[in-house]
Design a protein around this ligand. Sequence first.
Ligand code: SF4
Length: 370
Amino acid sequence: MTNGSEKPYYLYLHVSFCRSVCGYCDFCHTVYREEAADRWLAAVAKEITEKKIRKDLLTVYIGGGTPTALNVGQLDRLLTLIDPYSQSCIEYTAEINPETLTDEKAVILRRHRVNRASVGMQTGDEHLLRLLGRRHTMADTVRTVEILRNHGIDNISLDLMYSLPQQTMDTFCSSLEEAVRLNPSHLSLYSLTIEENTVFHRKGYEHLDDDTEADMYEAAVRILAEHGYHQYETANFCLPQKESVHNSAYWNYMDFYGISCGASGKENHRRYDHTRSLRQYIEDPSAVEYTDLLPDDEKFEMIMMGLRLKRGMDLNLYKERFGEPAEARFGRALAKMKEQKMLEEHDGYLRATDRGFEILNEILVEFLDG
Ligand code: SF4
């Protein structure tokens, strides 16, 4: 599972389409049309063939956009394209928006060995769901979880948002409780960011003030812990042994394939980005923009990603990758942060202390200077 000249064991595939565009989203601007999705599928097939992906992937993550915005036949065709590579996957995740899942689609997911679902609940508050421009209700989320379980997909993650305009601590905590009642194995928290080119930006919406946002985050950590969910990453919580294997690969700075319009990947000391234009992608699905990653970039990024994990960054893996211990590049920062009790070594990992975890960005600034 090391980086280097080996091909990646992890694959991300981005589905460009959504049934509608949410008010805060600057990511998806492609509303589903059957004929466009057919042409996109043909392009994905071409890219996958040209990419010569390894057949023994450990994880596949179908994200978006909204993978389940595709119709039943298209979803089947997409997952059939992945079949040759997913036979030995230990985790195969599909993102799902509650209004788009049907029994038929769940059958397709399961038939192609999808064993984990990431469901975009966002909030249990109906008023906020409408404000966000989401097309679903909380009842749809409940029904989606039921459908998934009925079809044998019981490793379920729920996405929740906080710091939303008009959201109160009470409504946020109620949403958390509603989420927990669904007994998911995993939860991801996202604070709202208002990007330009979104309906929210045009309407002048703002997220909540920093103090309230921090209070909501703290409340989430506390409430989720009370229900047995441990925080294993800055924004991710799970029941024992239910950490996301795929996302952990990112945090452990593994290489990964990125397939399709809007996707990024990392292979062999290069990051690559696909165009976000559906038209350009369909014209040339293998065209990507490469960014070379210099050794110093990679060393910093591995620290930056690894410290997001509560367990921390694997010091042996760092040494194996770069042929030197972390002290060789970051001796000053490490000594200073350890002395200030912001970082510590534990079981071969470099991790943030509880105090350090609260100011990760400030710690990383120290590492920028070496
Ligand atoms: S479903 Fe997700 S990707 Fe699609 S518009 Fe909404 S936030 Fe964006």
